[in-house]
Design a protein around this ligand. Structure first.
Ligand SMILES: O=P(O)(O)OC[C@H]1O[C@@H](O)[C@H](O)[C@@H](O)[C@@H]1O
Length: 323
């Protein structure tokens, strides 16, 4: 089993609070088996939907101690990501390729805390936005306004939808999303974007072997962030927030953006790998019945990622590199 120290050597810098969080939080939607099917059901709020798909045959994971994070045995069980098994690898961006998940989380907290505190009126009734629970379950991996709707629904708060052109000061779903966007833009401008070295080396290794690579991100800043990280040219296709809006694709946890990316790189889902760090992301990978769903345990705990659709979990993509 890898230690937190080993993770640091891979260039993974986890937020303090998030890093110390275990897998104790099991709220939110869950995958469950129904006979020979897998069923993902989100019962509440504007994200309510239900996936019901036949289970694909899969190798049962090796015996794992409860609460563990990434293990070499996971990678051994899944086997290598080689061209005889897979044609393409579809990468989430924030938190998988770049360290920007923590920027999003911080900016969402700033916006929601201000909103919630004004709404509460007094300090006693103010319940702040929690990155380890609220961000992880309701916002992480989802498109901007989907995240706002999902979090507000979790607190039984209803706001008018507004429009994407709403000013950041508007107390609408779009207004709150735009308020957060201004903070993200400022963080990008300050040069806070970094790539994970293990991820970049893994992408290069795949490409050297002829495996096609794509980015599937809910963010509208995807191109800008890949460019800032210096890795824009490492991908054959990109399905991001801008493209999803243009094509009318539903956001994660629906699998549509991943399925579109697989189509763009001419790979069947069964011969494509999804790599995700967000709960909504691994749910999308499972719902799309991809050949392998790899969870990256940065903020969401490893067991939570497994429970929501990851076949295996690593702490850093460097673990997937061949020696
Ligand atoms: O506001 P943007 O840049 O379009 O990003 C939308 C979402 O993109 C996802 O990748 C992040 O996990 C979310 O935290 C973020 O809210």
């Amino acid at each position: 089993m890898r230690s937190r120290c080993a993770r640091a050597h891979h260039g993974v810098q986890r937020r303090g609070a998030a890093a110390s969080a275990g897998d104790g939080d099991r709220r939110g939607p869950r995958l469950r088996r129904e006979g020979a099917s897998t069923c993902l059901e989100v019962k509440r709020g504007p994200d309510a939907f239900r996936w019901h798909r036949p289970l694909r045959p899969r190798t049962p994971p090796a015996c794992r101690p409860a609460g563990s994070t990434a293990r070499r045995s996971d990678v051994v069980t899944a086997g290598p990501v080689t061209p005889d098994r897979f044609d393409a690898v579809l990468f989430d961006m924030d938190g998988v390729l770049t360290s920007t998940a923590r920027i999003h989380a911080r900016c969402w907290k700033t916006v929601f805390d201000e909103f919630l505190s004004l709404r509460a009126g007094d300090a006693e009734s103010f319940r702040p936005f929690d990155i380890d629970t609220d961000y992880k379950w309701y916002v992480d991996g989802k498109a901007r306004y989907d995240g706002v709707r999902s979090f507000l629904a979790s607190r039984d708060i209803t706001l008018a939808e507004g429009a994407p052109s709403d000013p950041p000061a508007a107390d609408t779903v779009c207004g709150l999303g735009n308020r957060k966007d201004a903070l993200v833009e400022a963080a990008i401008d300050r040069g806070e974007v970094e790539s994970y070295p293990g991820s970049v080396t893994f992408v290069r290794q795949l490409r050297d072997r002829g495996i096609r690579t794509a980015v599937v991100s809910s963010s509208n800043h995807c191109e800008q962030i890949l460019l800032a990280a210096g890795i824009l040219d490492l991908f054959d296709a990109r399905v991001d927030g801008v493209v999803a809006t243009q094509l009318g694709l539903p956001g994660k946890p629906a699998p549509d953006a991943f399925l579109k990316a697989a189509e763009l790189v001419n790979a069947s889902p069964a011969r494509a790998v999804v790599i995700e760090d967000a709960i909504a992301g691994v749910q999308a990978g499972r719902a799309g019945q991809f050949g392998l769903v790899i969870g990256v345990a940065r903020d969401a705990g490893a067991d939570t990622l497994r429970a929501n659709g990851a076949d295996i979990v690593v702490a850093d993509l460097a673990e997937l590199l061949d020696a």
